[in-house]
Design a protein around this ligand. Structure first.
Ligand code: 13P
Length: 256
């Protein structure tokens, strides 16, 4: 499977800083070696699209958050269709910051994955346990609950079981996000193995192996190569280290 290296900029970089990033970004990889993807803030999506198109840069763009409806009286929200029109091809769903700071539930992730698919976006579903969950031995139960809320839901699950329906997962242990604390490659592989097993149970062996599982949580140029070469790790989702064009390029370089 072609590795996927994604950068989640969170609430960093307005349109100007976004254009500047892409002016300075040089990918060290060939297009067929790795898929690169950036999630700028929604307000900077158009600037990102313009910069990427103008520079002929091989980077996919995504949106960090979508509402489930196509349009309506939902102040402050953006639909998947609007993000697609502005140049996104991926949508992040269920990031732990959305779950923890904005109260998103498993049911919310389900409707947002469905909305992304409706608009032709690839949903990138994030799952991961808190330190408390891990210490209490609830890793497997939490991952299974977050994943099953989406893949085991009747109509949506049937759609996701088909190989032509796109889906990407990211395992992001909450205790490793923005803390400098990285899961060891063994921790990451173990959690990815659990996710792969749940996918296998839901969709069968062949389909389960076609769904990329990314690792996220303090990925840096110094640890990306080892993480990317770990079993069942198909890519990385990078926060802080994706904000600098050189460090993001270095991480990309460790995948090709
Ligand atoms: P950091 O790489 O800054 O830990 O963030 C990870 C993350 O949340 C990516 O979505």
């Amino acid at each position: 499977m072609k590795p996927l290296v994604a950068g989640n900029w969170k609430m960093h970089k307005g349109p100007k800083a976004t254009s500047e990033f892409f002016e300075r970004f040089r990918t060290p990889c060939q297009t067929d070696e790795v898929t690169l993807l950036v999630f700028p803030p929604i307000l900077s999506l158009t600037a990102a699209r313009k910069a990427v198109d103008k520079g002929g840069i091989q980077v996919e763009l995504g949106v960090q958050h979508i509402h489930s409806e196509v349009e309506g009286a939902y102040t402050g929200e953006t639909s998947a269709e609007m993000a697609a029109e502005a140049g996104a091809s991926y949508a992040l769903v269920g990031h732990s910051e959305r779950r923890q700071l904005f109260g998103e539930s498993d049911a919310d992730t389900r409707v947002r994955v469905a909305a992304a698919l409706r608009a032709g976006l690839v949903p990138l579903l994030c799952v991961g346990e808190t330190l408390e969950d891990r210490q209490a031995g609830r890793l497997e139960a939490v991952l299974r609950r977050q994943l099953d809320a989406v893949v085991a839901f009747p109509e949506l699950g049937e759609s996701l079981a088909r190989s032509e329906t796109p889906l990407v997962l990211a395992y992001e242990p909450v205790w490793a996000i923005g803390t400098g604390e990285t899961a060891t490659p063994e921790d990451a592989s173990a959690a990815h193995g659990l996710l792969r097993e749940s996918l296998r149970a839901a969709f069968g062996d062949q389909r389960s192996r076609s769904i990329p599982i990314l690792y996220g949580g303090s990925v840096k140029p110094g640890n990306s190569r080892e993480l990317l070469s770990s079993p069942d790790v198909d890519g990385v989702l990078v926060g802080g280290a994706s904000l600098d064009p050189r460090s993001f390029a270095e991480i990309a370089g460790s995948a090709c």
